[in-house]
Write a protein that binds this ligand. Structure first.
Ligand SMILES: NC(=O)c1ccc[n+]([C@@H]2O[C@H](COP(=O)([O-])OP(=O)(O)OC[C@H]3O[C@@H](n4cnc5c(N)ncnc54)[C@H](O)[C@@H]3O)[C@@H](O)[C@H]2O)c1
Length: 452
């Protein structure tokens, strides 16, 4: 099957490589010519585990190629994916410029009947609008909504073995349905889970899923604050509620607030949709409010710990990406912390296994970035763990304590909460618990496998 994927970002590139892996003939298109040149040379624009191998296999098997020439690629295509960015403003308004431009571009150059698949996250009603815009094309263009649920950091696995594939298309559109069934058949050998629905429901499903996840995170962050005020322990409370199958264990970890390119913008967009339609949106807005507060929590804790001020203090930060296994720093909580510390006159030294080049572009020389985690803690008055990369799980704490000017650990992910670090002479502080785990005789921080 001849497929075109427009947009070679986190979603488009993994989608293109995943489809090529399953035997489709895929051309991945981008307006960013430098990106296409790099991809052709085998250089990936982002860090995503397993993706380099997948792309390289696709290229060597010639099922995957890269181009800036939309017209040339669309000429042969049966399916064209739109996987370009849909950035949103603070108030939730979504910029559909790139989606519209690509859809209209496809309509102008299409020479055979095809399915146009909207994979970008778009407001409800976009499918209908795009259908109207491409209706004048020389050939029939069937517009389908196919929102993406991949998690950065686990995107290859999520695309190759999806837990569900949501496809929104008109019930009468048998052409689109047949094509999509054929396209996704190789992904369904273990798990036949294409969920067919109408386009509006598919569009809303994406926003509802992300808002539900954001709500869980914000709720647990609020419970963590309650724990701190009441002297309860978030790990024990989480185990107590997560063991209820109606609730489940995932996405119940307290932390420095959610970030990334999806949750913040999708929650804002759902809140806006709800407000505009007069159906409230209070829950989504509450998740945003709690998250804004939570993102200030780490610096607040630091200020409390250093009442004399943070000016001149050396603060080490481990983890800058918005989550582990990615170099994506869009809306990353670590950036709020960096900015606040720099404003307060602290000397910031930071490490991240993948995101430092992107952070360097954003902060310039205001922050010292080091290649090894331990280099960051030398002479530090505090170490703040913001992103729970595996390489931070069990550092040599004795060396660390000796290296630090003040052995204060602020564990923003409760990664070390069961280790009893006060015994080793640290001042340890996590999120949602007064205990550092030493006297804890309970569930502890639980398996990281349950982390969402
Ligand atoms: N990143 C995620 O984890 C994720 C998950 C699910 C859904 N989504 C959604 O998928 C969409 C893409 O997200 P992303 O993170 O991959 O974005 P991204 O910013 O990483 O990539 C977008 C790509 O599209 C290209 N592009 C922009 N305009 C173009 C045009 N007119 N023609 C061709 N290429 C163009 C850009 O150059 C860029 O390479 C968004 O709607 C996002 O909300 C993202």
């Amino acid at each position: 099957m001849n497929v075109v994927v427009v947009g070679t970002g986190y979603v488009g590139l993994v989608t293109a490589a995943g489809l090529a892996e399953m035997g489709a003939s895929v051309v991945a298109i981008d307006v960013d010519a430098a990106r296409i040149t790099s991809l052709r040379a085998g250089r990936l624009p982002m860090h995503e585990p397993g993706l380099a191998e997948l792309v390289s296999r696709g290229c060597s098997q010639t099922t995957l190629s890269f181009s800036t020439d939309l017209a040339g690629a669309v000429a042969e295509a049966e399916v064209v994916f739109v996987a370009v960015g849909t950035p949103s403003q603070e108030d939730g308004a979504v910029d559909l410029g790139a989606v519209e431009e690509v859809s209209e571009g496809v309509a102008q150059v299409a020479r055979r009947e095809l399915v146009l698949v909207l994979k970008s996250t778009v407001p409800v009603g976009t499918n209908q609008r795009i259908r109207a815009r491409v209706a004048q094309a020389r050939v029939p263009i069937h517009v389908v909504s196919n929102p993406e649920f991949l998690r950065e950091g686990a995107a290859v696995q999520d695309v190759l073995t999806p837990d569900r594939i949501v496809v929104g298309c008109e019930p009468t559109d048998t052409f689109a349905r047949r094509v999509m069934e054929r396209l996704y058949q190789p992904f369904m050998l273990q798990n036949r889970r294409i969920l067919w629905m109408d386009p509006k429901s598919a569009e809303l499903t994406k926003y509802a899923a992300n808002t539900m996840l954001a709500l869980r995170i914000s709720f647990m962050n609020e419970v963590a604050s309650l724990c701190e005020e009441l002297g309860a322990d978030i790990h024990q409370v989480r185990a107590g509620i997560g063991s209820d199958p109606r609730i489940g264990e995932r996405y119940l970890h307290a932390g420095p607030g959610f970030g990334g390119s999806c949750l913040p913008k999708d929650v804002a967009a759902l809140a806006r949709m709800a407000r505009e339609l007069g159906v409230g949106g209070e829950l989504a807005s509450a998740a945003q409010r709690v998250n804004r507060r939570q993102r200030g929590l780490l610096v607040q804790k630091l200020r409390r710990r250093f009442p004399e001020g943070l000016g001149g203090r050396v603060v080490a930060i481990w983890g800058l990406a918005f989550k582990p296994n990615t170099d994506d720093i869009r809306e990353a909580p670590a950036l709020d912390l960096l900015d606040a510390l720099v404003d307060a006159g602290a000397q910031v030294v930071a490490h991240d296994p993948a995101a430092m080049p992107r952070v360097r572009q954003r902060v310039g020389r205001a922050v010292r970035l080091v290649d090894r985690p331990m280099d960051a803690v030398i002479g530090a008055h505090a170490l703040v763990l913001v992103t729970e990369w595996r390489c931070y799980r069990s550092p040599d704490f004795r060396t660390m304590r000796e290296a630090m000017a003040r052995p204060y650990l602020l564990d923003g992910r409760n990664l070390w909460s069961s280790l009893g670090l006060s015994r080793l002479g640290f001042e340890y502080e996590g999120i949602g618990s007064a205990s550092d785990g030493w006297i804890q005789d309970g569930p502890g921080p639980a398996s990281r496998a349950t982390r969402g």
